[in-house]
Design a protein. Structure first.
Length: 111
């Protein structure tokens, strides 16, 4: 899975650079779980992701559940239009905290 992780204090900003599907969702889940252990918040940037399948959505909802259980933040940001459409079709937009930009996401964590 092509990704970068940038630490900003207790926040991990994870940028993905490929689609999320059955073939790489386990690797993504492993990385996000590791980040969740090491930080208070994760901001996941999805601007370069054009497609996410059900296994990818399962990973994101699993990380969201784990973050809530451990009183941490899991924020999605910079959704590509294709991924935003998938979230709309699956009615997941209301379950996640989503921001248009990384800056907005990081600012929300300061409040």
């Amino acid at each position: 899975m092509q990704m970068t992780v940038e630490k900003k204090g207790s926040v991990s900003v994870v940028s993905l650079f490929e689609d999320i599907d059955y073939y790489n969702s386990d690797e993504l889940e492993e990385e996000l779980n590791k980040e969740l252990e090491d930080c208070n918040s994760i901001v996941l940037l999805l601007r370069d992701v054009r497609y996410i399948d059900s296994s990818g959505l399962g990973v994101l909802t699993s990380i969201l559940r784990k973050s809530k259980e451990s009183d941490k933040n899991f924020i999605l940001s910079e959704l590509s239009s294709d991924v935003k459409n998938i979230f709309e079709l699956t009615r997941l937009l209301d379950f996640f905290t989503i921001f248009e930009s990384k800056k907005q996401a990081l600012e929300s964590l300061k409040q």
